[in-house]
Design a protein around this ligand. Structure first.
Ligand code: FAD
Ligand code: COM
Length: 519
């Protein structure tokens, strides 16, 4: 073991240590940061130091308790900085930037990207080098600012509801918090052992060749769509193959139609309902084509690059086998609203406990477990939360879509931009940060936004935004909508014009009328 408890490493030193450890792989000794001379019992072992484990441990420590995090990776922060949120945002930034450059190719100062493909391998390698920064910061912040104790770089082995072994060393605590996350679901058997088949994790860890002109993505949810837009923006013909229609998770048909039309204009081809029934490989073992079956009959597509965005499976097997924690049908650990599993003293948080698999839920679940361990009666159930994904755009939403609202309310009013225009002409709205060039030169690409309102109570029921820069606003809007925000209250707010969503001023334009009308 390497004792780092007195080391007080800088971010630079952490970056070097983490890179060295990632290169050594499983062979490295654990990095142990346990305060010498502190004889207090641990209040909780956090198995997994991702968003759930790290935030839970930090909260417990802030409350005066003593947590110990055990993680198989040499860094804290888990999947997010390594192969999930951070690369997803890098690739989505690339997709947005390349769409802009392709749209205005050869105009103003833009280079001519027409017919050109940019290197995916270069972008992935750029991320692989860059992620050392977030890794190092996580360890620095955890050790120096949050005063967390941890054992990193080797897997923990569950022994019982109070003890975890790392190699020969056994760690014990009053409680155990399981925070082992989830992993990508594979394509059952047909792609086994074939090269050139990736998921979000293996793409960033293992891509070592420049994919050819065609990318095939399997799936219809967030990861599938986000990565498809990235592959497409690099110049590759991209097929999205799915059993379900794409973006079913987004509860407003008009917003979905806007997005799908824009993705198709960029050259993405959606094939559904369809599924991959076989994969062929070449002499080197790399994929060279897939056969699809679907409503339009069998179809073969040649490709050397297949990406699976089929969702995730919780890493719950060991906890079930060793501790006997109850699981749900999807493999997630069953917890109550205090994050308690079926085994006394054992909590579970994050992706391990199933949907929604999002950072806020992992972090808030970790915090909830910590508070209960420290004697509070804290409860958490994710509901009425805002949501987002990326296409080439940032897409945010909360509450009810228009169809859902019309099923429940008799007087639904919508306010949206651009307005419905009888001759189909598109005006330069919405306009705002990052879409001004579209608004001036290609207004149909400048985005879409919509508020769904109950005309009787004047309360906001739902909000949808396609563009850039509205994510922060949606975080704060969601609790206000939950608490009954009305058109009149929204119209009283102060907009920082040109604000990415026009909700405040649209509401103000209508707030004077007793009878609300759509806009
Ligand atoms: P993780 O962060 O996966 O942490 C689990 C930890 O457990 C890991 O560090 C692992 O090494 C460790 N571990 C597992 N087994 C053991 C063991 N036996 N011993 C020791 N350690 C072990 N969410 C958002 O909110 N915004 C986004 O933009 C976003 N983008 C995403 C993009 C992709 C491609 C994916 C896949 C997910 C994305 N998510 C996003 C979801 C988000 O990444 C997860 O919800 C979050 O990381 C879950 O945190 P966690 O702590 O539950 O799990
Ligand atoms: C963020 C990781 S990349 S964590 O949630 O701060 O641990």
């Amino acid at each position: 073991m390497v004792d780092v408890s007195e080391a007080h490493w800088s971010t630079k030193r952490w970056a070097e240590a983490i890179e060295a450890r990632l290169t050594e792989g499983a062979a490295g000794d654990p990095l142990v940061n346990i305060r010498r001379g502190d004889t207090r019992e641990f209040d909780a072992l956090f198995l997994g130091g991702g968003a759930g484990g790290r935030f839970g441990a930090a909260y417990l420590r802030a409350m005066g308790g003593r947590p110990l995090i055990i993680d198989r990776w040499p860094f804290l922060g888990g999947s997010c900085p390594h192969h999930a949120c951070v690369p997803h945002h890098v690739f989505s930034d690339v997709a947005a930037q390349l769409m802009l450059e392709r749209t205005f190719s050869g105009k103003l100062w833009f280079q001519d990207l027409r017919g050109k493909t940019v290197s995916m391998l270069d972008i992935v390698e750029m991320f692989r080098r860059g992620r050392t920064g977030p890794h190092a910061f996580m360890n620095y912040q955890s050790a120096e600012q949050l005063e967390l104790e941890f054992v990193l770089g080797q897997p923990g082995r569950l022994l019982d509801a109070r003890s975890v072994a790392v190699g020969e060393q056994v760690y014990r605590a009053r409680n155990l918090v399981l925070a082992t996350g989830a992993r990508a679901r594979p394509l059952p058997s047909i792609a086994d052992g074939i090269g050139g088949v990736f998921n979000y994790a293996t793409l960033v860890d293992a891509l070592n060749y420049e994919p050819g002109p065609t990318a095939i993505v399997v799936g219809s949810g967030k990861t599938a769509i986000e990565y498809a837009c990235f592959f497409n923006a690099t110049g590759r013909k991209t097929f999205v193959v799915s059993r379900q229609p794409p973006l079913a998770l987004l509860p407003d048909a008009e917003t979905r139609r806007f997005l799908i039309a824009r993705m198709e204009e960029q050259g993405i081809e959606f094939v559904n309902p369809a599924e991959v029934v076989s994969c062929e490989d070449d002499a080197s073992g790399r994929i060279r084509g897939v056969t699809l079956s679907g409503s339009q009959g069998p179809r073969r597509i040649a490709t050397d690059f297949l990406f699976l965005g089929l969702g995730e499976r919780p890493n719950s097997e060991e906890a079930h086998a060793v501790l006997g924690v109850d699981l749900d049908d999807d493999g997630s650990v069953r917890v109550d609203d205090r994050m308690r599993t079926s085994v006394p003293g054992v909590y579970a948080v994050g992706d391990l406990v199933g949907r929604p698999m999002e950072m806020f839920k992992a972090r808030k679940g970790g915090t909830c477990a910590a508070r209960n361990i420290m004697g509070e009666d804290a409860r958490y159930q994710p509901r009425d939360y805002p949501d987002f994904l990326h296409t080439h755009y940032e897409v945010c939403w909360l509450g009810l879509g228009e169809e859902q609202a019309r099923e429940r309310y008799s007087n639904v009013v919508v306010m949206k931009l651009p307005p419905d225009n009888p001759d189909g002409h598109t005006v330069a709205l919405p306009a705002g940060d990052r879409v001004m060039l579209y608004a001036m030169m290609k207004p149909e690409l400048s985005g879409f936004q919509k508020l769904v309102i109950d005309g009787d109570s004047r309360r906001i029921l739902g909000a949808f935004h396609v563009g850039y820069g509205a994510k922060d606003g949606f975080q704060y809007l969601a609790p206000m909508v939950r608490n009954g925000l009305t058109v009149d209250e929204l119209g009283e707010m102060d907009e920082l014009f040109l604000n990415p969503s026009y909700f405040i001023q649209l509401c103000r334009l209508r707030a004077g009328s007793r009878t609300l009308r759509s806009l």
